[in-house]
Design a protein around this ligand. Structure first.
Ligand code: SAM
Length: 359
């Protein structure tokens, strides 16, 4: 396991649109177990009011940031939540006042000390992670290479306009250079993973995979609606219609109501092992954890979790350049039933799979 990589604040906003997991999660779930990450991928799940939510991560810092988000969700109104996290403008003074009111565990407070300092220095929480820093660096290259003609994609009136612009004014040659850079895993490695990048197993070059991802985004989704595209082109979020789903007012309010009743636990450790030790888990959101597991575990993680799951539990996985192909005995692969939600996912970075336990 890539311990060194995962021991700092790696994600503060992330690169997943959790609308797929939210769509797949039934309203009557008893126990949801989810990889914490920044917490932004977990908060929306509360909108379905599960009886219990366990946030699991091998990183104290990621768990602490998740605890902060959930404390903020319980305590703050929507505008305060967006301001505190840095989606919207807010004075440093006000952010510090709000932070001071949040009831956090001692360990979360300690782990988040650097976050406090960054907020004091005027930084925004959602951009503090290493991954978000990497995207900001990338956006500078994108700006350098594609300039105003690249950003003009965001001025197109609709998806049809984007398609016309893509085949007309968009600087395709410069864009190709950017993707060659992005597709070069040595560059990504040094920027983000410091050598712990999971080994790609999808067929085709990384360049081709990125080319297809962005082509799909430009041709099928309003570009302003994708926080990922905004980060790539501007290094920050400029259009609220593309904020991640935790910011959606309806999702926020439903999650807030539930957060006050749901039994929420934070567990440091391996999520596969944690599920295995439970009984009655009916939904597992694994993100791309399987891609980081040792080969044998990557193959048998579905088997390993069986003792912890209810007879029809749902497991959701994501894979980027590396996609796990687990043994599925005792499960039905139900991904096809979710293709519409997967096609609407606003980053398009992921191969998303859903497995339903069948006994
Ligand atoms: C794999 S997820 C991906 C993050 C994501 N793309 C996002 O948008 O936030 C990253 C989180 O998984 C955690 N992690 C990695 N392997 C894990 C494991 N075996 N069990 C629990 N958490 C794990 C990491 O510490 C990190 O916070």
């Amino acid at each position: 396991m890539a311990r060194a990589y995962f021991s700092h604040l790696n994600y503060s906003l992330g690169d997943e649109d959790s609308s797929v997991e939210l769509h797949a999660l039934p309203a009557d779930a008893r126990h949801v177990v989810a990889v914490a990450g920044s917490g932004g991928r977990v908060v929306p799940l509360l909108a379905r009011a599960p009886r219990k939510l366990t946030c699991v991560d091998i990183s104290d810092t990621q768990l602490a940031l998740t605890e902060l988000r959930i404390a903020a969700l319980r305590q703050l109104n929507h505008a305060e939540y967006l301001g505190l996290l840095g989606y919207e403008a807010m004075s440093i003074q006000r952010r510090l006042e709000l932070l001071a009111t949040l009831p956090l565990s001692g360990s979360a407070r300690t782990a988040l000390d650097p976050v406090w300092k960054a907020v004091q220095a005027g930084e925004r929480i959602v951009y503090l992670g290493r991954f978000e820093g990497m995207l900001r660096t990338l956006s500078r290259f994108v700006g350098l290479f594609t300039g105003q003609r690249g950003r003009r994609m965001f001025d197109q009136p609709d998806v049809a306009g984007q398609r016309t612009y893509l085949d007309g004014g968009f600087p395709k040659g410069a864009w190709k250079l950017v993707l060659l850079l992005m597709g070069n895993s040595a560059v990504l490695n040094s920027l983000l993973y410091r050598g712990d990048f999971p080994k790609k197993n999808l067929p085709g070059s990384a360049f081709r995979i990125y080319w297809d991802i962005f082509d799909r985004l430009f041709r099928t989704l309003p570009v302003r609606s994708s926080f990922f595209l905004q980060l790539v082109f501007f290094g920050e979020l400029r259009y609220p219609e593309g904020y991640p789903i935790e910011c959606d007012a309806d999702v926020f309010l439903a999650a807030q109501r539930a957060a006050r009743d749901t039994d929420i636990e934070y567990v440091r450790g391996d999520i596969i092992q944690h599920v295995q030790e439970q009984r009655g888990v009916d939904f597992v959101s694994l993100s791309d954890v399987p891609s980081f597991l040792p080969p044998e575990r990557e193959r048998d993680f579905l088997n390993a979790m069986k003792p912890g799951l209810t007879p029809d539990a749902l497991v959701v996985t994501r894979g980027h350049l590396r996609v796990a192909a687990p043994e599925v005995q005792g499960y039905e692969v139900v991904s096809d039933g979710y293709q519409d939600a997967i096609a609407r996912e606003r980053t398009q970075l992921w191969r998303i799979h859903l497995y339903q336990r069948r006994s």
